[in-house]
Write a protein that binds this ligand. Structure first.
Ligand code: SF4
Length: 463
């Protein structure tokens, strides 16, 4: 099924194919990215398309001819930060009226009219499925119609995969690769299915082409991305097949993925993880709540019991697996007892990492339309603080249990605070620093975890 994807712009409709800017001498673009890894990956796709069209990139909005803000609205704080950035851009635009300002991402998709009406200095508002239009829209602005007046609205009947675009890699040994876009789950608190459309999987050959291209640039650690990677389907291949195909590329040292959904994760996937050395023993499996009634209200179609079964199976099939999760406290109608069920679930699972949030009402979601945000703010804060302090204690204990362990570290680069040390990660994603001793970036080094400072390990090379 296809949803209407809307692109809205203050520019008039471009009537022809773009003419590339003079190579290496085109306008300078600054992209500010907010939110999840999907947005980071999208920004790299945009950079690739704009780079092809002759645009250059710069590190600050001050030196840019084009400023693009890639927004996120999964949490209220991310949206507020992104929209706060617009106020700064307004003063830049006053100083440089020729500057083009574009708003991209989920906020752009969901609030296009509001943005254009209340921010006159914004030139274009482009949703996540319309980025192919950016070179054309910018071209129109720079070549054909500087200062073009009027409001344009274009409706596109397609959902994008960008599967023919090789995202611009920024260097380093780690890269994100999007394998599936959109989401069909419609969790009642989440706006993603409305802003990013329905699920569509990228053809496996195009994923392998992108990963190969990245490894040619030195990437060794690949993170496969999707709102729900477990529902990946292409031809007769499922997500486990896709993961294995990436892991089998000779130049890939490690492959990870994010995000999984408890309804769709398969035993086959867990077995594949356990059987293949290059697939990292790390699983991000959002639980969101520990109460079955709250899960039903969230439209998360699994139970606490089923979730715990999956965790037990993951621990059985993937020895040493590290687990992380997302949790929302203070969902509408959540009682104190129901919050306790989340608390006890976290005590039981003992996650290595957890991303914990207070519920915030998101526009266009079922929860916002049908439920009152009725848990008082002070109660939400108190619940969140309890959960955070529990999780910090568990994470510390789980880290301390790692001391003395022999593992491998993928060298990512110099330690930020000490040029005599390397920084890298274990297969289960724990940060490690170790003394430099002739290794190089991208190398897998056998290491013993010797001590901890905060959440960072100090390792010693094993021979
Ligand atoms: S699975 Fe739920 S929370 Fe995740 S993107 Fe889809 S709708 Fe949103």
């Amino acid at each position: 099924m296809h949803e209407l994807i809307t692109l809205t712009s203050n520019l008039r409709e471009p009537a022809r194919e773009p003419v590339a800017c003079a190579n290496g001498n085109g306008p300078r673009v600054f992209i500010q990215t907010y939110g999840c890894q999907m947005n980071v990956s999208d920004s790299q796709t945009i950079e690739s398309m704009l780079g092809e069209a002759g645009y250059r990139f710069c590190g600050t909005a001050d030196e840019a001819d084009v400023v693009l803000v890639n927004t996120c609205m999964i949490r209220e704080t991310a949206e507020v930060r992104a929209l706060g950035q617009l106020a700064n851009l307004s003063s830049l635009k006053k100083r440089n009226p020729a500057m083009v300002i574009g708003i991209l991402g989920c906020v752009a998709q969901a609030k296009r009219r509001e943005i254009l009406e209340s921010h006159a200095y914004v030139d274009m508002v482009v949703g996540p499925d319309s980025y192919r239009r950016l070179p054309l829209l910018l071209e129109e602005r720079f070549i054909s119609a500087p200062g073009a007046p009027g409001l344009l609205e274009t409706t596109l009947m397609r959902e994008e995969l960008y599967d023919d675009v090789l995202p611009r890699h920024h260097g380093g040994v780690t890269a994100f690769v999007t394998i599936i876009r959109g989401c069909d789950k419609f969790c009642s608190f989440c706006v993603v299915p409305r802003t990013r459309g329905r699920e569509r999987s990228r053809p496996l050959p195009s994923i392998l082409r992108e990963v190969t291209h990245l490894t040619e640039q030195g990437v060794r650690d690949v993170m496969l991305l999707g709102q729900n990677v477990d529902s990946y389907r292409w031809d007769d291949k499922d997500f486990a097949d896709c993961l294995l195909a990436v892991a089998e590329l000779p130049a890939v040292s490690r492959v990870r993925f994010m995000t999984s959904h408890p309804t769709d994760i398969s035993e086959k996937l867990l077995r594949t993880m356990g059987e293949h050395e290059k697939i990292c023993p790390y699983l991000h499996l959002p639980v969101q709540a520990g109460s079955n009634r709250v899960l039903r209200e969230m439209n998360r179609p699994y139970t606490r019991e089923r979730y715990l079964e999956i965790i037990a199976l993951a621990r059985e099939l993937v020895p040493g697996i590290a687990l992380s999760t997302d949790v929302i406290v203070g969902f509408p109608t959540e009682t104190e007892d129901e919050f306790e069920e989340t608390f006890t679930l976290m005590e039981q699972v003992r996650y290595d990492t957890a991303f914990m949030f207070k519920y915030s009402e998101r526009p266009l979601t079922k929860a916002a339309q049908r439920m009152k945000d009725d848990v008082p703010e002070d109660v939400k804060v108190a619940r969140l603080e309890r959960l955070i302090s529990l999780q910090q204690k568990i994470a510390r204990e789980r880290n301390e249990a790692q001391l003395g362990r022999q593992t491998s570290v993928l060298i990512e680069g110099l330690a930020p605070k000490d040029g005599a040390m390397w920084a890298g990660r274990t297969p289960d994603f724990r940060p490690v620093v170790l003394p430099k001793n002739g290794e190089s970036v991208g190398e897998l080094v056998p290491v013993r975890l010797e001590s901890l400072t905060g959440f960072t390990f100090h390792g010693a090379r094993e021979n």
